[in-house]
Design a protein around this ligand. Structure first.
Ligand SMILES: [Zn+2]
Ligand SMILES: [Zn+2]
Length: 258
């Protein structure tokens, strides 16, 4: 706290310009709220790292073979599509994902979303670009958009977790981000108590076209978690229904077929 107090003394007085002092404010913030590991949630001693090395080793990065449609890891290279994609004809042109949805990532994303740990986005975006950047650039999307949250949830949470990721990726890859392609209007019932058919109906009613939907031909849709893919399928149908020719999807975490 002594160092924090010393830094506090260097705070600019009214009328003084912000320069070097801005650095001090940041140092002070990181002293009071030291960056934490997005996997074990302990303090990161090496502030240049976004995650502990040993913690990152616990995460499973998606690697081939993957489903040609959604990017979910599949058991064999002979398998073109995952179980879900082979059962239904989703209007998605291709997908990629960063991590397999394991317990570690589930906990990390839950803290990010529900406890407002927005700072984890830095780690997620960095690894998403490292893992999927080339794939994204090869698809040449005109813009990146995120699965919208319903307004009530967004108000409660204070941010849209998928949009923050989309913005980070867009900035790093120099691709515009437009979040007015889709809207989420109704408050949907919690999905977990519903049967698969009820879930789909519930979700279908929740999404609609946004005012900029007709502006683009090729769109990358970003979300945090992909399990059965019903959200991605509905969003993609709306985009394609409005004239988007190609819909690509990127998810931070995805289930696996094995
Ligand atoms: Zn850790
Ligand atoms: Zn699939």
């Amino acid at each position: 706290m002594l160092i924090a107090a010393k830094l506090l003394l260097k705070f600019p007085t009214p009328g003084e310009t912000l320069g070097k002092e801005t650095m001090n404010i940041q140092s002070l913030i990181s002293l009071i709220y030291p960056p934490r590991c997005p996997v074990c949630f302990e303090i990161l001693d090496d502030t240049k790292r976004k995650v502990h090395e040993k913690c990152e080793k616990k995460l499973i990065y998606v690697k081939p073979p993957v489903c040609l449609r959604c990017g979910k890891p599949v058991y064999s290279p002979l398998q073109e599509y995952c179980m879900d994609c082979s059962r239904s004809d989703a209007p998605i042109d291709g997908g990629t994902a960063v991590w397999v949805y394991t317990k570690e990532m589930a906990q990390s994303i839950a803290k990010y979303k529900y406890e407002g740990k927005k700072e984890y986005a830095g780690f997620y975006v960095d690894r998403a670009v490292r893992q999927c950047g080339e794939w994204i650039c090869q698809r040449r999307p005109d813009c990146i958009t995120a699965v919208p949250l319903n307004p009530r949830k967004q108000r409660m949470r204070g941010f849209n977790q998928a949009l923050l990721i989309a913005q980070g990726i867009g900035k790093m890859l120099n691709i515009p981000v437009d979040n007015e392609l889709l809207v989420r209007s109704r408050y949907t019932e919690p999905q977990k108590n519903l049967t698969p058919t009820q879930r789909l109906k519930n979700l279908q009613k929740a999404f609609g076209p946004g005012k900029n939907i007709r502006k683009y031909k090729s769109v990358l849709l970003v979300d945090d978690i992909y399990t059965t893919g019903s959200t991605a399928k509905i969003c993609s149908s709306i985009l394609k229904g409005a004239g988007v020719s190609y819909v690509w999807i990127l998810n931070l975490c995805i289930g696996s077929d094995y």
